[in-house]
Design a protein around this ligand. Structure first.
Ligand code: FAD
Length: 307
């Protein structure tokens, strides 16, 4: 059995496995796709100490770092169930879609999250060429330009306020006839001169010139008329979905489906820890996920020496 079994091979999982292996304990990492969301990222400019890099390049470096250690790397393995130990100090079991199962004294869950997409024509084609999901990451690329934010919940309104300080103009489109964001955020949004809010708007298409986004088309849900907005970027903020479908029966989740953790990355199950985008940790970023993975690993080690 493993001392530490990490599920998920993004920045959180990679950091967790390296920190564990450095304690000289038996470490394994199983991932559906090593690299996680970072593989889908073009340019990264906020990974501190690296001025600029590309996702696949950072993933290669992460994998090289993991392979420096005696870590059992099991790529292309999808976990399907966690069976917690039945007695204190017992082994936890993780089952995989392949039919295999692994046992471990401690488990670190780091299966990440995925952005909810609009599923309209042009969205996939122009992904990373004008269609963006992370204002903290890509906001500065649109300095002085016109952008849209899709979604009027807290993340959409926060993104619009954030972007309004960087870009020329922000158009916020909300599907419903009211914004769902907190009142204080809505007030702040209304005070900004370079933001337009359009409600009852259903985005139907992302428009581009073949190489980048030039606008979007939305339908006014009251009149059913279609309108075109010319712009350079579209930030989709309609939800971040944690990859916890497989954990519904085993671990305590928040109402958004995130794994609930404490300041030490402990879940409600002794010996099971969680880190990164899959958890309730605020702000989902690479440096944060790596820090959380390291923290979860140190907590797992602490758990092992005490039991
Ligand atoms: P993830 O990266 O999501 O990794 C999850 C891992 O778990 C993957 O290996 C996945 O295959 C695996 N997994 C999922 N389900 C299972 C399962 N059932 N069984 C086994 N394995 C499973 N952040 C920045 O800091 N800067 C940026 O510039 C930036 N740009 C971004 C651009 C895009 C397009 C996207 C999508 C995200 C961007 N982010 C950026 C956010 C950043 O990528 C995430 O915060 C970070 O990757 C989270 O790391 P993680 O390890 O928690 O999860």
């Amino acid at each position: 059995a493993f001392d530490v079994l990490v599920i998920g091979g993004g920045p959180a999982g990679a950091a967790a496995s390296i920190y564990s292996a450095r304690k000289g304990i038996r470490t394994g990492i199983a991932a559906q796709r090593f690299g996680g969301q970072v593989l889908d990222t073009m340019s990264i400019e906020n990974f501190i100490s690296v001025t600029e890099t590309e996702g696949p390049k950072l993933v290669r470096a992460m994998e090289e770092h993991v392979r420096e250690y005696d870590i059992d790397v099991m790529n292309l393995q999808t976990a399907s169930r966690l069976v917690p130990a039945t007695e204190q100090g017992g082994l936890h079991t993780v089952e995989f879609e392949s039919g295999a199962s692994l046992k471990a004294k401690t488990v670190i869950l780091s299966t990440g999250a995925r952005w909810r997409e609009m599923n309209v024509p042009g969205e996939q084609e122009y992904r990373t060429r004008g269609v963006a999901y992370c204002p903290h990451c890509d906001g500065p690329l649109y300095k002085g330009k016109d952008v849209a934010v899709i979604g009027g919940g807290n993340s959409g309104v926060e993104a619009a306020i954030d972007l309004a300080g960087l870009v020329k103009h922000v158009t916020l489109l909300e599907f419903a006839d009211t914004l769902r964001a907190d009142e204080v955020l809505q007030k702040k949004l209304k005070s900004l001169p370079n933001v337009t809010v359009i409600k009852s708007a259903m985005t139907t298409e992302v428009v581009g010139d073949g190489s980048k986004v030039t606008g979007l088309i939305y339908q006014d849900r009251n009149t059913e008329e279609s309108h075109t907005v010319n712009l350079d970027g579209i930030f989709v903020q309609i939800g971040l979905l944690p990859n916890t479908e497989w954990l519904k029966d085993s671990v305590a989740l928040s109402k958004h489906g995130e794994i609930e953790i404490d300041a030490r990355c402990a879940t409600n199950i002794p010996g099971v820890f969680a880190a990164g985008d899959v958890t309730t940790v605020p702000y989902k970023q690479i440096v944060i996920a790596m820090g959380e993975g390291s923290k979860a690993s140190l907590s797992a080690f602490d758990h092992i020496i005490r039991s």
